[in-house]
Design a protein around this ligand. Structure first.
Ligand SMILES: [Zn+2]
Ligand SMILES: [Zn+2]
Length: 311
């Protein structure tokens, strides 16, 4: 089961209604944080999400709205006597920026902070992978894919019966090793299971103009969280951001199952933005969501559910 928490959904600067970007993914008891806008620690407190569960932080780029909450988050972890190391991933110059940040003031960390400067990589962890890809934002910037590992199909009772297999050590061995010999005959796990179950795929573009690279990495995603800062190209001007229409068109091209329109500019109120967005996305046939701070999505065995962390 995977939970996606929208902790800050606005872009550029916080408003009364929404904070700057931070998205937390909860998977298997661990919390992964994507971007840490200023005030993320408070958003986590309000949402009753423990920062102590964070193992890895992925920064898309070093504009203030995406990372200024990092020092406060690390200092708070330290106050709570964290001892486990923390891993921070980000684009070119991440080491320099994080070091500058952590060496300011009188603060000294009581735990190790490992900083990983990455380009386009595929990181393998227990049960999932994180892939990074380059986006177009005028400064070094990455988007990220969280991909849960695919799982084997369910055991099919009629197939198990054909091989006289029942729950027990023999079946356990087949599950571990993938193949067994029964009466001189090889049985592969695929012979007795249904189709493989696809792991959940969540993609976060960070700040970017619409980019083919994003469409490529977002193919068939269960959720794409995409920059949709502006409602019109006139509002966007020359900035390296996307409009709602561009985000929808990209989601449609990439066969994304659900698009979250993210990083809305502070000039738009929720209702104004959501009603304009719904007209645009509906005309393109894209299923979409305009998340508010503290909205959450759960991807579980029974499908997808939208709920709120704070009532
Ligand atoms: Zn931004
Ligand atoms: Zn930016």
């Amino acid at each position: 089961m995977l939970d996606v928490f929208f902790l800050g959904t606005g872009g550029i600067m916080p408003t009364r209604e929404r904070n700057v970007p931070a998205i937390a993914l909860r998977y298997g008891g661990e919390v992964l944080l994507f971007d840490v806008g200023e005030g993320t620690i408070r958003q986590m407190n309000t949402a009753k999400l423990s920062p102590m569960r964070i193992e890895k932080i992925f920064i898309t780029h070093f504009h203030g709205d995406h990372y200024l909450g990092l020092a406060a988050l690390i200092q708070t972890m330290n106050l709570w006597k964290r001892r486990r190391p923390l891993h921070i991933y980000g684009p070119e110059r991440t080491i320099e920026f994080v070091q500058n940040f952590l060496s300011s003031g009188f603060f000294r960390s009581g735990f190790e902070v490992h900083v990983h400067e990455i380009g386009e990589v595929r990181l393998k962890f227990r049960g999932y992978e994180v892939w990074s890809f380059e986006v177009e934002h005028g400064v070094p910037a990455l988007g990220y894919v969280f991909k849960e590992n695919d799982r084997r199909g369910k055991f099919l009772p009629e197939k198990l019966a054909q091989y006289s297999l029942r729950p027990g050590p023999l079946l356990g061995r087949l599950e571990r090793e993938g193949v067994l010999k029964i009466n001189g005959r090889e049985v592969h796990i695929e012979d007795v299971t249904g189709p493989r179950r696809k792991g959940v795929k969540v993609v976060y573009s960070g700040d970017t103009r619409p980019a083919e690279r994003t469409a490529l990495f977002a193919r068939n995603a269960d959720l794409l969280v995409h920059d949709a800062t502006y409602l019109s190209p006139a509002d966007r001007g020359e900035s390296y951001h996307s409009t709602v229409e561009e985000a929808c068109a990209l989601a449609e091209r990439a066969d994304v199952k659900l698009l979250a329109l993210f990083h809305r500019a502070f000039r738009y109120g929720y209702d104004e933005y959501a009603s304009a967005a719904s007209e645009i996305c509906r005309s393109l046939g894209v299923e979409f969501l305009v998340p508010r701070d503290f909205d959450a999505l759960t991807f579980g065995p029974k499908g997808r559910k939208l709920w709120r962390l704070v009532r």
